[in-house]
Design a protein around this ligand. Sequence first.
Ligand code: OOG
Ligand code: NI
Length: 453
Amino acid sequence: MSEVLPWQLRAAFARSLSDMYGTEVPAYTTLLEVSHEVNADVVARLGAGAERLGSIDRVTAERHGAIRLGTPTEMAQAARIFGAMGMHPVGFYDLREAATSAAVPVISTAFRPIAADELARNPFRVFTSMLTPSDRRFFHADLQQRLETFLGAREIFPPELLALADRAEADGGLSEADAARFLELATASFELSREPVDRAWYDELEAVSAVAADIGGVASTHINHLTPRVLDIDDLYQRMEARGITMIDDIQGPPRWEGPDVLLRQTSFRALAEPRAFRMPDGSIESSSLRVRFGEVEARGIALTREGRAIYDRAVAEVDERSAGLTAQERQDINREVWRREFPASESDLAARDLAYFTYAVADGEVVREPIVYEDFLPRSAAGIFQSNLTDEGSKDVTQEGVARDADWMAGALGRELHDPFDLYARQREESRRAAAAQLGVRPGELEAVTGA
Ligand code: OOG
Ligand code: NI
């Protein structure tokens, strides 16, 4: 019998990773402290209204992690480990296309719980990227070959961990003793290695892309960042700067405005120099540092439908076009102006125009509409976060043809179904509408007519 259920493994893993990362990156601990202060203040100010997009318990425990892997084999192994914790691959992100200013040769998915009750128990998600060594815009044939040989020879996840993961997935959990071992091995897989880094190899990759060096320049992987959720990201940004921590220039995503929060807003503090050992070409060991890991924070809003998302994508393109050479403040102003023109300023208008997802429930004979929180990521913001933390642009030969990658390719690499985020939100909405309609004895399509919801 399984004593520790998948959601309990997931919650324990998120905690264990957070503790480990806090010892590795002390500024992350500061970020957590400030996040807690901000959230406590918002709850004090707004009361129950602060919990419209998730209970304060959920939001306080909520984290997303980011990891970067090298090969389809490593991706499939990660999928087994996350599968053990009830986390499934959702969405396909092509950051090669989304990045505009630096070389980011990766494609990504996110592992997360997909059922509403699982999300409510613990919403831990991990943005997981993999390198594309066959993409000629970044890697010439000889470098591709050496990179694939290097990646093919390393072992990121020990066989014992994978065996425990498979057992957990098959049995729906693990015994106490197995769970403890699983958590220990899983956490250790994402610790920063003390092994000396091959200086020449790392530098060769870094000339192409700092992200390529971070992934393929070392024989292990590590958690890149762990992101808490805050209820007021503008307030958090100011408080971090006041504490002397330099933040990147922008808050990525929608602007701060008077209407409903939608999708995702994110920002981060700049990557810190972390001491690392290097093996030099003459065999000597030197200590130096690498700047790849940073602290990110996010605020989440309502999930948009495909129509709502299309408006968002158009708005991003317009803001980009008009922002060249402007300051962060001027960019935010344009973002807000475009937003006010394009998006309705109330939840009921978002619902009426079918731009966002809501669930419906019956309380005291009335239909109550509640927003569905956005559980996914934004390719443009993800690329922005990657790029804003790179000191070097790397190189990208745009005269070459890129290698084609899409959601089907990713599903094949993972050997699992890749869920479409829009389908998941739509299903949640339809299920709630069916249940509410059944309770009132009407058809789902008549809910609005009955109550004006
Ligand atoms: C992932 C960047 C994307 C987010 O929150 O959008 C991401 C990475 O830096 O590895 O984590
Ligand atoms: Ni992130």
